[in-house]
Write a protein that binds this ligand. Sequence first.
Ligand code: ZN
Length: 276
Amino acid sequence: MPELPEVETVKRTLEGLVVGKKVTNVVVKWPKIIKKPDDVEAFKMKVIGQTFTGVERRGKFLKLILEDDVIVSHLRMEGKYKLSAIDEEFDHHTHVFFTFEDGTELRYHDVRKFGTMHLFPIGLEENELPLVQLGHEPFSEQFTSEVLQTGFQKTSRKVKTVLLDQTLVVGLGNIYVDEALFKARIHPERIASTLTNREIETLREQIVHTLSDAVNKGGSTIRSYVNSQGKVGTYQDNLFVYGRVGQGCKNCQSELEKIVVGGRGTTFCPTCQVNE
Ligand code: ZN
């Protein structure tokens, strides 16, 4: 599943591909992707005739901004956008088509069909699900150690579980949460409320550092992720723990171990990340 760095990369490439383009037709072949409005015809009628004015990211969601409305899009497992010529062939995993007046088409491809699109009048999207429940952006000034401390204090859950749930801080998924916890030398099963202020500050720094480093490398290409121009990211070469179970820790050479935390496979170093 794409996490913040991959979605940010898609956002940046998509911006260059669609901004300024006017939608002349919309085709939806798999209506369940459109979550709001309930009626797919209403979605099409609203979008047709509008020009894309921007693309933003909120957590792992894309915001495709039109003149009057915004499409909040979540790629989930396998969703991808691609700009094509209208006469280019497509396969049966291509579910939504935004045709432009210049003869190109933004196509949404999703092998698993888990992706979602919600349409809102501009400005209302932040007040409703799915965006209203989201926590702080990790690159914002609001994402402070105090925010983490306050959030951690009132829970008896494990630190990894808290970081994954998107209500305290957004953007982390299984890859980057394991990486940030490793770099902060925190065991993923530590109960969040037991972290010291110093550990929390280190964790905050490592979350920001890991995510920004990954954004700079275009994200991680694991499974089938590509940006909207078909390019792959290269951060996978920089991973310390994710996907490296059984291999040596890059810090201490101990063999990395895998456990399940909150239902998610979790790789960590038993020497660098001691569960005190
Ligand atoms: Zn180690």
